[in-house]
Design a protein around this ligand. Structure first.
Ligand code: NAD
Length: 475
């Protein structure tokens, strides 16, 4: 059984204790990882600090960072055959999704390589006697905390723009899925980045995570994960007024109008709620359907749920993979049961699958009122909640009636409805006629309790710099 290490100051470093990693589909321990504590966190942060202080990333011409980022992308693609099976084993996802995750991770580095030499300030006219301009400077040491659902993708999403802007990074990998992500550090090592530019520590949130966010030498926190953890990190960040990027949860709705192309919609449901076992922060966890097509939509999504093939991610027939842990499975099942007590009814699913592993039946729950916990709380499982509306105004109001605001989707052939919805929906991204539309190029992030700051796209780069203004009086 393989044992995985921390990557600190250019070296692979063990910790006195280790964490066992379980395959959620078989409940078999598949590997162990170093369990970093305060001492290793301190070494990693100080290595990043030294790299920043030496100016290893910020002093060379930007073309050097372009070259490093492109090399990292190439190295990730070389390592994907080794990494994808690891990701399947620790996370449960399908092999094709695991390959796609590595490919997308490489794509972040290609995309931000294209920006690394175009971080240009502005010249601001102040009249005859002045020259004024702005400079974008790196923040310094970026502390990045990653969740378990897309560990490689999400780590790359923050690491690539942070490096492009000239920051050094300390990544805290997720304790449930810490294996495949180490190949991202390996790719940086193979790409011969300066020592200390990228450090990765493996450990528990309450130990390594708290030590990292409370460390006096970090200059930024980038967090992707749950709302309660995000709030506790923000409290730690407040002590030093640290800038943060917060990518928290979601309770996203697809709003389906009577004129929608239902084949297109059903394809999106397949992707929107069953992909990755429904464990996606921007999953389509609610469907708001017009009353005229309610019966038809319920029948079609139920048929889709019944077609799902539950299985191990390494089996090519599998379409629905397990949730990440026993705790997560119990939470999903409890939410389904509570929704029934609160007046909804389960059309199909709602139980654990009777087999080894943390599988949840593909679940459709109808009649979910806005008062129901299932309407408002994130599930992180293959559970679709259906609510009916009768007017367009009511649809937007229902979509906005949660504390979250990550994404929402609109299914219609009426451009006016789509554009009115795009304006009315309170969220960071609106999909029209395709769930998970967009990509590495499109800014992503939330409003309300879904967090703030943007990842992806050109916007994200500016999460990793600070603006300095230089105002010169000509004398
Ligand atoms: P989590 O908040 O429990 O853990 C996320 C990460 O934070 C892990 O690496 C964990 O070790 C670390 N952590 C935990 N406590 C910490 C602390 N006190 N200080 C510092 N670090 C700490 O979340 P999770 O269960 O791993 O992930 C699921 C949640 O993440 C869901 O709510 C989901 O919506 C959200 N999520 C959001 C996005 C997004 O981009 N918006 C993406 C994926 C997941």
């Amino acid at each position: 059984m393989a044992h995985f290490l921390n990557f600190i100051n250019g070296k692979w470093v063990d910790s006195p204790q280790s964490i066992e990693v379980e395959d959620p589909a078989t409940q078999i321990i598949i590997g162990t990882v170093a369990c970093a504590k305060e001492a290793e966190v301190n070494q990693a942060v100080m290595a990043a600090r030294a790299c920043v202080d030496r100016g290893d990333l910020s002093k060379p011409r930007p073309a050097q960072r372009v070259s490093w980022l492109l090399r990292i992308a190439d190295e990730i693609l070389k390592l994907k055959a080794q990494g994808a099976p690891l990701l399947v084993a620790e996370n449960g996802k399908t092999l094709s999704d695991a390959f796609a995750e590595f490919e997308n991770a490489a794509r972040y580095f290609q995309y931000y390589a294209g920006m690394a030499d175009k971080i240009e300030g502005r010249s601001i006219p102040l009249g005859e006697d002045f020259i004024d301009f702005t400079i974008y400077e790196p923040l310094g040491v970026s502390a990045q905390i990653v969740p378990w659902n897309f560990p490689v993708d999400i780590a790359a999403r923050s690491l690539a723009p942070a490096l492009a802007a000239g920051n050094a990074v300390v990544i805290k990998s997720p304790e449930l899925t810490p294996l495949a992500i180490t190949l991202l550090a390996k790719a940086c090592e193979n790409a011969q980045l300066p020592v200390g530019a990228v450090n990765m520590i493996c450990g528990y949130g309450h130990e390594a995570g708290t030590a990292l966010v409370g460390h006096g030498e970090i200059d930024q926190i980038v967090f992707t994960g749950s709302v309660p953890t995000g709030q506790s990190i923000l409290r730690a960040a407040a002590d030093r007024a640290l800038p943060c990027v917060m990518e928290l949860g979601g309770k996203s709705a697809a709003v389906v109008f009577p004129d929608a192309d239902l084949d297109v919609f059903i394809d999106s449901v397949d992707w929107g709620i069953f992909f990755n076992g429904g464990q996606v922060c921007s999953a389509m966890s609610r469907v708001l359907v017009h009353q005229d097509i309610h019966a038809q939509v319920v029948s079609q999504v139920t048929a889709l749920a019944k077609q799902q093939v539950v299985g191990h991610g390494s089996e090519s027939s599998t379409t629905l993979t397990p949730v990440s842990s026993l705790m997560q499975r119990n939470k999903v099942i409890e939410l389904c049961a509570a929704s029934v007590q609160q007046g909804a009814h389960i059309v199909t699913g709602g139980r654990a699958v009777d087999r080894l592993g943390y599988f949840v039946e593909p679940t459709i729950i109808d009649g979910v009122s806005p008062e129901n916990d299932l309407f408002r709380e994130e599930v992180f499982g293959p559970v679709l909640a259906i609510t009916t509306f009768s007017t367009e105004e009511e649809a937007w109001q229902l979509a906005n009636a949660t504390d979250f605001g990550l994404v929402n989707g609109i299914f219609t052939n009426d451009l006016n409805i789509a554009l009115r919805g795009a304006k009315a929906l309170k969220c960071g991204q609106v999909f029209v006629n395709e769930w998970y539309a967009g990509g590495v190029e499109t800014p992503f992030g939330g409003v309300k309790m879904s967090g703030y700051g943007r990842e992806k796209g050109q916007e994200a780069l500016y999460s990793y710099v600070q603006t300095k203004n230089v105002a010169i009086k000509l004398i």
